[in-house]
Design a protein around this ligand. Structure first.
Ligand SMILES: Nc1nc2c(ncn2[C@@H]2O[C@H](COP(=O)(O)OP(=O)(O)O)[C@@H](O)[C@H]2O)c(=O)[nH]1
Ligand SMILES: [Mg+2]
Length: 310
């Protein structure tokens, strides 16, 4: 089994447990034990608890009930196979990789509410791309809190990342501009902009984000090529309204969903994708630098439902 799939499995352990609780043990998921109507109800409850969403749960349950009517000797393993194929269909097209052939430096602007994981993710992204042969530089555009600059500086030091730092109260757009200039001059492949957390309802802070965009676009109208919303996976489907507003006001090109390791609601990726139809580039499965993983539908669904044994 690949190391990356193992990380998905470990990361989604809490969500997987919700699903497993229906069957009693991991082994019985793969067993040829017949199911009964009670198990079917329990599966439905487990899917809700994993935050897969009403629509998606209904689609899976419809398929399971049809299959059960057709064949009352349906086995446990067949239920998971049905769930897996419905989920993979629903998520088809949701996984996306950065195209490293894009015009460089590729600018990725991270936005989202306070505490969603932007700063940590900016550092993890820098580390990930560096590890994969793409040079990066970070721009510390969270000038709102004094601690923000220290936090990103400490990450940069630990992970040996290039950083354009800032001062509390500085103009975030000016920092973005300087960071872009630095990326150009130093020939970096990717510039990652960390920004201040804001509620989508706070007009002034939204204006600050728009200004970052305007200033970059003066340099090149295609900038920033990527605007990714960083969402806390613990909040799950409750974050959909927040995402809609960011999308409307700032324009999003993708998502990063963090903290999926700390929740049993790891199915939230499905409901979020169903609503927003924005591609998911990475997911966060822990606090360490290497805990940001490129999102793939197969790894995700197989890990969530524990379809492959570790
Ligand atoms: N368990 C876990 N914690 C995370 C993950 N991503 C971020 N965090 C933690 O979430 C907290 C807030 O992160 P931060 O990057 O400061 O959020 P920001 O306000 O959006 O910049 C920090 O304690 C991070 O260590 C993740 O994928 N898993
Ligand atoms: Mg931050």
């Amino acid at each position: 089994m690949s190391e990356i799939f193992q990380k998905f499995k470990d990361g989604f352990k809490k969500s997987t447990l919700t699903f497993h609780s229906v069957f009693g043990s991991i082994d019985s998921l793969f067993s040829s034990k017949k199911i009964d109507p009670e198990t079917i109800d329990n599966v439905e409850e487990a899917l809700y608890n994993a935050d897969i969403g009403v629509e998606s749960t209904k689609k899976i349950m419809d398929e399971i009930r049809i299959a059960y009517e057709r064949d009352p000797s349906l086995r446990h393993q067949e239920i998971t196979t049905i769930a897996s194929s419905v989920l993979k269909n629903l998520l088809a097209g949701s996984d996306r990789k950065l195209d490293s052939d894009e015009k460089q430096p590729i600018v990725i602007c991270l936005v989202g509410i306070n505490g969603s994981g932007k700063t940590t993710t900016a550092a993890k992204l820098g580390y990930h791309f560096n590890q994969n042969g793409l040079s990066t530089i970070l721009g510390a555009c969270d000038t709102f809190r004094a601690a923000a600059n220290e936090q990103i500086q400490s990450w940069a030091k630990t992970l040996d990342l290039d950083l354009v730092a800032s001062q509390e109260g500085a103009d975030a757009a000016a920092v973005a501009y300087d960071a872009y200039q630095a990326a150009l001059h130093r020939g970096r492949n990717i510039l990652i902009l960390d920004t201040a957390g804001r509620l989508h309802t706070k007009g002034r802070l939204m204006e600050e984000l728009k200004k970052i965009k305007r200033v970059l676009q003066k340099k090149d109208p295609i900038l920033p090529q990527h605007s990714w919303l960083v969402i806390d996976g613990n909040i799950g489907s409750n974050s959909i309204e927040q995402a809609r507003q960011f999308n409307k006001q700032f324009g999003l090109t993708g998502l990063i969903i963090t903290k999926l390791d700390g929740t049993s609601r790891g199915g939230s990726i499905i409901s979020i994708y169903q609503e927003l139809k924005l591609p998911v580039y990475f997911i966060g499965l822990g606090e360490k630098a290497e805990d940001l993983l490129p999102f793939t539908v197969d790894n995700y669904v197989d890990a969530l439902l524990a379809l492959k044994k570790a």
